[in-house]
Write a protein that binds this ligand. Structure first.
Ligand code: ADP
Ligand code: GLC
Length: 482
């Protein structure tokens, strides 16, 4: 039995700010249980909901050395869906209303978490064959392991995998500060180590010091090796391309299942889609005080409100689009204030056409996926994207920009062959986006049978973890043999 430890900054059901939590909270369940014992370590944030705080059981506590600092770490455990979770507690670092804060605080916080995670292994006597780290917050795990732990016997054998979920976020901060916080030797803070552009860079740490690097779609793996998509790290990634692999994310098909989803008012599957889906749409209209019309084309968006998600394109066309088209739009999201306010403004200008919920709600998200006809995701870049996968599963037609994982998972509709699962556009251009939105709308209004076929093809796609988990297993095997 191989032992694997996932180290990450978020995982459902405990704490979630985005798709990373969906992945870390579901992938471990899908490994072959006869061959892999996969466990997860997370920070114990004070902002984690009470319902989960109550379930945590104390395991041990010890002191973690962080440069000249000594910080206390309490270790707790809990099980979710049969997976063993560990939590690192320290109220100095993990207090606050949100898992992430200012970067200068976060670099110390996640250096602490990474080191505490490594110390935990000895304290609980769990020796993983592989530590699988996710995103910059755990990028320093392979660095600490290599530089401070590998002298000791059980640590020596541990291999590391580093998964990039978003290269935009790198954990960059002043070299001398990070050297002071981590207590790592000076050779780490060089261009061969974690230095980029005069700063230290945790994500680069993960890339350079881990045995294998993955990212969450094949297209994104290519894109991050180019100056346009590499966010300054394309050169580093080209250098390490021999150990870089793209594996598309799966979706937790047990959790995201329109037939059993507790948040879906009228559960459905492909066979009763035509009857049930309109009921969910009406329910959504009722809930959001939109005019009750079954025949109106309804577009949904559930998104972090950032430029990554193509909000500038939406801002550019919304007035004209809502002003001229027979359409309803339902938006749920939080993020940058300028986008939140943009949606607030247009919702007040077009109250019968746009409903904007500024906030975070799992329940509302599921109701939107279940109720709307089409889902808009015009991302500037998208490592993988889970919203389009959830949409497909819920019979909702994705309208996406052809980038990263969106390009790999949404097949453009072909009216001649009646193939494809969604609509897509190539250039980051508002009118190109509006064009495919209108094409989708026209199909919906004029060819309902073709539209139904499109929904059903989407629902028939398989984006469960089944095939991607095999790719991870293969990489684990190759790491253990090496
Ligand atoms: P990212 O991780 O870049 O935000 P993904 O598409 O990978 O994008 O994943 C986003 C996840 O977060 C999806 O599960 C989506 O439903 C969820 N989500 C995003 N915003 C909200 C929100 N405001 N309320 C509820 N769920 C949200
Ligand atoms: C990041 C990416 C998103 C991806 C998610 C999970 O948040 O922005 O595209 O789906 O991680 O891998």
């Amino acid at each position: 039995m191989k032992k694997i430890l996932f180290a990450a900054s978020e995982a459902v059901p405990f704490i979630k700010t985005g798709g990373l939590a969906d992945v870390v909270g579901s992938l471990p369940k899908y490994f072959n249980k006869m061959k892999y014992d996969v466990r997860v370590i997370l920070p114990r944030y004070l902002c984690m909901e009470e319902e989960f705080q109550k379930k945590l059981e104390f395991v041990t506590q010890f002191s973690v050395e962080l440069g000249w600092r000594k910080q206390n770490a309490g270790i707790y455990q809990a099980k979710a869906d049969g997976i063993q979770y560990y939590f690192v507690e320290n109220d100095f670092y993990f207090a606050g209303y949100h898992p992430y804060g200012e970067i200068y605080q976060d670099v110390e916080k996640f250096a602490f978490f990474s080191k505490a995670a490594l110390d935990t292994l000895e304290k609980i006597d769990f020796w993983p064959d592989i530590i699988h780290c996710h995103d910059w917050q755990t990028g320093m795990v392979p660095v600490f392991l290599e530089k401070l732990y590998k002298q000791r016997e059980p640590y020596q054998k541990i291999r590391t995998m580093f998964s990039i979920h978003n290269i935009r976020f790198q954990g960059r901060w002043m070299l001398h500060e990070v050297q002071d916080v981590t207590g790592l030797p000076s050779e780490v803070f060089t261009p061969q180590g974690i230095e980029t552009y005069g700063e230290s860079n945790y994500l680069k740490g993960g890339i350079v010091y881990s045995d294998v690097v993955t990212t969450v779609s094949k297209s994104y793996a290519m894109e991050i090796m180019t100056p346009e998509g590499g966010e300054g790290l394309d050169g580093v990634l080209r250098h390490y391309s021999f150990k870089l692999f793209g594996i598309v994310n799966g979706l937790d098909y047990q959790f995201y299942n329109p037939k059993t989803d507790p948040y879906v008012r009228y559960p459905f599957q492909a066979s009763n889609l035509a009857v049930q889906k309109p009921k969910n749409k009406q329910y959504l209209q009722e809930l959001l005080h939109l005019p009750k019309q079954d025949d109106v084309f309804m577009i949904g968006m559930v998104s972090r409100m950032s430029d990554q998600k193509g909000m500038d394109l939406v801002a550019a066309i919304l007035d004209e689009f809502l002003g001229t088209e027979k359409v309803q739009m339902v938006v749920l999201g939080t993020g940058e204030e300028r986008y939140e306010n943009m949606f607030r403004y247009f919702a007040s200008k077009y109250p019968d056409k746009l409903s904007a919920t500024i906030g975070y709600s799992e329940e509302m998200a599921h109701r939107i996926y279940a109720g709307v006809d089409a889902f808009l995701m015009p991302s500037l870049f998208e490592p993988c994207g889970l919203c389009q996968l959830i949409s497909l599963r819920y019979g909702t037609v994705p309208m996406v920009r052809e980038t990263g994982g969106l390009k790999d998972t949404v097949e453009p509709y072909n009216k001649f062959t009646q193939e494809g699962t969604g609509f897509s556009f190539a250039n980051y251009h508002a009118q190109e986006m509006a064009q495919i939105m209108r094409a989708a709308m026209q199909l919906y209004y004029t060819r309902p049978e073709d539209w139904k076929g499109l929904m059903q093809r989407g629902m028939a796609m398989d984006f469960s973890w089944d095939s991607s988990v095999e790719e991870y297993e293969k990489l684990y095997e190759s790491l253990c043999e090496a």
